[in-house]
Design a protein around this ligand. Structure first.
Ligand code: DMJ
Length: 660
């Protein structure tokens, strides 16, 4: 017997296939049968796994279909609305946005790449009529965004930056061309004739003629030995450079105009026109170049009405803006006006409080004149931040502020001298410049004056001179810089503008002291720093000078305050004191071949030791204030029409906008 044949393998498969009733009718049918055969060959587990994946894929497909379909519906709907909303003949360009509404227009601070995530829909549909609420919201949004963007900016800038030895250099988007004014507010032109300045000045009196003579002598030296350079070295008959921008020439422009030195002014103007170029690979100090160069150009523009100076000021202002590109919006001390790389000093990431808070008059005025808000925005952001910082003592501020954290550093040291002085001056002067409306500035100023009275005022022995000392961690020091002598003038100016009468009393008392700081020296010129005697029993004089502090840099502060005190009280003694000081300058600092020199020892009339340097502020400030002090005409640069920046450059007080 033959054993029964083994069952044909996969027999059921065959039978099932056939039972489908499909015949071989070409490759498709054959492939179907082959797939089915393979499927049946799989184990139950394998089939389940495959079925699960297939179900999953189908579900995913369904879900994404639903979402895409929704978007398409939305797009279709919006297009329909847009089609309805658009005017029949749409503008080719989007309507301009106001500068202050657009964070990308503010200070050159934000990364200047397009911020795609802020933009939705066509730009012309984003413009809405400004209303107060939306403006406030915008400001809040801008502020919030700035915080976020501050971090992003850091990242962004590291990508676009040449990193310096400080790790803090920023590659700017350097605008050498004046910014387009179309997108921003309208510029403000000066009146064709600056008030208080005649084309032909009234004939100067004898003392004013002496100032003109001093100016001419200084100018002769500069013209002969330093033309177009920053500073004259009168003894060696050469020059020194700081920024390489003709600093003395620019600082002196408005003085020449005020003194009526037309020929000299025209020659200097020609140099500005033909030679002054800011496209230079050079670091400038933000504060010093703002108060001297920007301030000087703006003032020259106002007095002369010559557009050249405004164009130069705008170009220069643009080149300073990268200094504000810091994590905290507190500007770096230095910026390269050719490359736009900004950085703090080599030894610290701090800036000086006086420096970052004494650029606002100039930046605000530049915005007003150009209609471009970015200058004002950048500078006022600093004011706002400093206002809300902790670490002050009854309105008195420390001397340093960190550009990364935005916080005060070196806490607990308070002075009205170097590194803090013009913070106080600019609180008052900005308030005046803006038409006395910005009450926060006024409040900060008033609080600071109270702080000065409470913590820094003392009287010396034996003559009871009122002076402003310093406070270091609760310890009082009877040290006073000559720089503090700006304060009597500032206090008097505030009183003139309606602040308490006791400010004027304090101004008078401090003026006497500053005069004595000059008078008690053998040369009649103040040293850089004095210490006051506090002990009644000693046989010391009131004013003491340490050997290291005996120098005089031809600084203006005493004569600056004398100008205010005379202008606002009419008392002749202030003119007489100024006259003494001018004579001392002539006697001890005048260099026969031209120019004046700072000296090393105000206590040695036989050998005052010339230092061979004429600072630009001698022409920009000292001689200008002396000339104005000797004038008896209160309308000459009236204190109701002008406010002087901290380098003595007069800028107009903003008139209230005309109604109707
Ligand atoms: C000037 O540049 C300015 O007056 C500044 O505020 C202080 N230092 C000098 C003059 O002393």
């Amino acid at each position: 017997m033959y054993p029964p044949p083994p069952p044909a393998p996969h027999r059921d498969f065959i039978s099932v296939t056939l039972s489908l009733g499909q015949s071989y009718d070409g490759s498709k049918s054959w492939r179907r049968r082959s797939c089915w055969r393979k499927w049946k060959q799989l184990s139950r587990l394998q089939r389940n796994v495959i079925l699960f994946f297939l179900t999953f894929l189908v579900l995913c497909g369904l879900l994404s279909y639903i979402s895409v379909a929704d978007q398409w519906r939305a797009v279709d709907g919006r297009s329909a609305e847009e089609r309805k909303a658009r005017p029949a003949d749409p503008p080719v360009l989007p309507a301009p946005q106001k500068a202050d509404a657009n964070p990308e227009n503010s200070p050159g601070l934000l990364p200047q790449k397009p911020q795609r995530h802020f933009r939705r829909g066509p730009p012309n549909l984003q413009i809405r009529a400004p209303d107060k609420d939306s403006k406030d919201r915008r400001q809040d949004d801008t502020r919030r965004r700035d915080e976020v963007v501050g971090d992003a900016r850091q990242e962004d800038s590291t990508q676009r930056t040449v990193v310096s030895w400080r790790g803090a250099v920023i590659e700017p988007e350097q605008g050498t061309e004046p910014p387009s004014r179309k997108a921003e507010g309208p510029p403000t032109k000066p009146s064709s004739q600056a008030p208080g300045i005649q084309n032909q000045p009234a004939s100067p009196n004898e003392r004013q003629r002496a100032v003109i003579d001093a100016f001419r002598h200084a100018w002769t030296g500069y013209r002969k030995f330093a033309w177009g350079h920053d500073e004259l070295k009168p003894v060696s008959r050469s020059f020194s450079e700081w920024f390489g921008l003709g600093l003395t020439l620019i600082d002196a422009l408005d003085t020449m105009w005020i003194l009526g030195l037309k020929k000299e002014f025209e020659e200097a103007r020609k140099w500005v026109s033909k030679k002054l170029r800011f496209q230079k690979d050079v670091d400038v100090n933000l504060f010093e170049s703002t108060i001297r160069i920007l301030g000087g150009l703006l003032s020259a523009y106002h007095l002369s009405g010559d557009d050249l100076f405004l164009r130069k000021a705008e170009d220069f202002g643009n080149r300073l803006l990268p200094a504000f590109q810091t994590p905290s919006r507190i500007p770096y001390s230095d910026v390269n006006i050719g490359t736009g790389a900004a950085h703090p000093p080599r030894w610290t990431s701090d800036s000086t409080v006086a420096e970052v808070t004494s650029i606002q008059l100039e930046f605000r005025e530049l915005s007003r004149l150009t209609g471009s808000k970015k200058f004002q925005e950048a500078a006022e952001e600093v004011t706002r931040r400093v206002h809300s910082l902790s670490g002050k003592k009854d309105g008195l501020v420390p001397m340093f502020i960190n550009t990364h954290s935005g916080l005060f550093t070196h806490m607990g040291v308070f002075t009205l001298g170097a590194r803090a002085d013009s913070y106080y001056e600019y609180l008052l002067k900005q308030w005046i410049q803006g038409g006395k409306k910005e009450t926060q500035l006024l409040e900060d100023y008033l609080e600071a004056v109270e702080g000065i009275k409470r913590h820094l005022l003392r009287r010396s022995e034996p003559r009871k001179l009122t002076f402003v000392g310093e406070l270091a961690h609760g310890r009082f020091s009877a040290k006073m810089d000559h720089l503090v002598c700006f304060l009597p003038g500032t206090l008097a100016l505030g009183a003139h503008h309606g602040l308490p009468a006791d400010h004027m009393e304090l101004a008078r008392a401090l003026m006497d002291t500053c005069y004595q700081m000059n008078r008690q020296m053998e040369t009649g010129l103040s040293p850089e720093i004095v210490h006051f005697n506090l002990y009644p029993q000693s046989d010391r004089k009131d004013v003491q000078v340490k050997p290291a502090d005996r120098h005089n840099l031809l600084r203006p502060e005493t004569v600056e305050s004398l100008f205010y005190l005379h202008r606002l009280t009419g008392e002749r003694k202030y003119q007489d004191w100024g006259w003494e000081i001018l004579q001392s300058f002539n006697k001890y600092t005048r260099v026969p071949s031209g120019g004046y020199s700072s000296i090393s020892n105000v206590q040695d009339p036989l050998n005052p030791q010339p230092r061979d340097k004429m600072e630009s502020f001698f022409l920009g400030e000292t001689l200008k204030y002396l000339y104005l002090l000797f004038s008896d005409d209160p309308a000459l640069l009236s204190l109701d029409a002008y406010v002087f920046n901290t380098e003595a450059h007069p800028l107009p007080i903003w008139a209230p906008p005309r109604v109707g």
